[in-house]
Design a protein. Structure first.
Length: 488
């Protein structure tokens, strides 16, 4: 008499499972897309910033060279008249034996004329300025004035996106520090060696960078859209099959067994769909990586520094996307299998990992127990947590301590490190898939390790959490089922 209500309940449960799976798949793909957009934007910023710094360093090298020689004498022309601000220098104006009149150009005069004369050729504008002007034309704009005020507070560099003449630019500015050679022309202004005399700003047009960025975002978005559609199609096919099977079965017990089996198949189908879809993306990625690597090897000596940097960025981006896809596959695979019956010596698993880690870190462990966990899952769990501890060890010698104690029929493991620590507001967020607290340039990795650790622990009915203090290290806790026996 209860078979019909049970059947209705199972049908509703199955539908919720299908909808939840589709939602999780959508959120995973959306997360990957957001990470990809952020990475592309970060790469654009770093490339433009490198170009700005390179131009600033070029101007500085030119100025240092001129200051070292005390300035340069050039013929007097309408474009290069004697500098009235150098009238206190006795030999500002001289004549050659043949009667050619020459005037002294100080470094700032030279840099300004170089910038004004040649910036239009390459589109990058540089401007020398100060809060104590010798020349009214060098007056800073509002952005430059704010940067100069920050320099007086100890800031070493200011860089940000800003509008200039109605177009997007990356603007960068660094201070000019007074040196001994500078006092020849600027002593009368009261400067001393080490004073901030002003700054040089560089404006890099961003239109070409942003155009390339938009193209990469569109390409990546289309790739993720295809991957999402393939996954949704797999979920829809599996869901349709499961619902059909549910309607065809009349015996409640048989229907329940078949539904559970079909759910496992659905998870396996989803993992297979993810594997096939990722293969379709990884194949062109491997080609991109191979050909950019080939360009790097064959044409390294023929490309300039910027060209080689662009190649390195392309290779690195392809590798990072491949790592993201591989981590997504691992995440999907772990969730698609049922945990079997295993008795694993956690001490032997941990010892094998420690032997394979190439590090000078101090890693200590206490007696480890027998646990009812697949050895491969346990190996992955220990490896993710140890890699995390080593990555965030800052500049100190990493010191890691692993221990376990029995609590309420579950083994409570602790992985303690002396790393940089985690702020309270981030302690839950770090276990989300592809969640990162630092960008790629600061810390390597994809942000999937802790999410995979959580998935493994929860697969066996355990839980994982972290206690930490900023600057004092962290303790990652997790619980796993096992026996009361421990091994050395």
């Amino acid at each position: 008499m209860s078979s019909k209500p049970d059947s209705l309940y199972e049908n509703q449960r199955l539908r919720w499972f299908i909808y939840t799976t589709a939602l999780i798949w959508t959120l995973v793909i959306l997360g990957l897309g957001v990470v990809g957009v952020q990475q592309t934007q970060q790469d654009t910023w770093e490339l433009a910033l490198r170009e700005a710094r390179a131009n600033f360093n070029k101007d500085q090298a030119f100025r240092f060279w001129a200051a070292h020689h005390g300035g340069v004498y050039v013929p007097i022309t309408d474009r290069t008249p004697p500098n009235p601000k150098l009238s206190h220098i006795i030999e500002r104006d001289i004549s050659t034996p043949s009667g050619i009149k020459l005037t002294l150009m100080n470094p700032a005069y030279m840099v300004r004329q170089l910038s004004e004369g040649f910036s239009d050729l390459y589109g990058i504008k540089s401007h020398i300025t100060s809060l104590k002007l010798m020349r009214e034309e060098n007056k800073p704009d509002d952005w430059e004035r704010q940067a100069l005020l920050l320099f007086e507070q100890g800031v070493k560099e200011v860089a940000e996106y800003a509008e200039r003449n109605g177009k997007p630019h990356l603007r960068l500015m660094q201070p000019m520090i007074t040196r001994e050679k500078c006092l020849k022309c600027h002593d009368f202004q009261g400067y001393k060696v080490g004073d901030i005399r002003g700054g040089v700003s560089v404006a890099v047009p961003m239109e070409s960078y942003l155009s390339k960025e938009r193209g990469e975002i569109v390409t990546n978005s289309l790739s993720f859209l295809v991957l999402w559609l393939v996954g949704i199609a797999g979920i829809a096919i599996a869901g349709y099959r499961l619902l059909n099977e549910d309607r065809e079965r009349s015996v409640a017990e048989l229907k329940l067994r078949n539904q559970e089996q079909s759910l496992r198949h659905a998870n396996q189908d989803l993992a297979q769909f993810a594997a096939v879809a990722s293969h379709q993306i990884q194949e062109p990625l491997r080609l991109i990586g191979s050909y950019t690597g080939l360009i790097r090897r064959r044409y390294k000596d023929k490309l300039d520094k910027a060209g080689n940097e662009y190649i390195e960025y392309a290779v690195g981006s392809a590798e990072r996307l491949q790592n993201l896809i591989n981590d997504l596959l691992t995440y999907s695979h772990i969730g698609s299998i049922e945990p079997g019956q295993h008795v694993t010596e956690s001490g032997k698993v941990l010892e094998g990992i420690l032997e394979s880690i190439n590090t000078e870190a101090e890693i200590h462990r206490e007696a480890m127990p027998l646990v009812n966990v697949d050895p491969e899952h346990l190996r992955r769990l220990f490896r993710y947590l140890l890699d995390n501890a080593l990555e965030y060890s800052d500049d100190e010698l990493p010191r890691i301590h692993v221990s376990a104690e029995l609590e309420d029929a579950m083994w409570h493991f602790q992985v303690r490190d002396n790393g940089i620590g985690i702020a309270r507001e981030h302690r839950q967020r770090i276990f989300n898939l592809f969640e990162r607290l630092h960008n790629q340039a600061e810390r390597a990795g994809t942000g999937a390790g802790l999410a995979l650790s959580k998935r493994i622990v929860e697969l066996y009915g355990g839980r994982i959490w972290v206690t930490s203090q900023l600057g004092e290290g962290s303790i990652f806790h997790f619980t796993l089922p096992g026996t009361q026996k421990s091994l050395e």
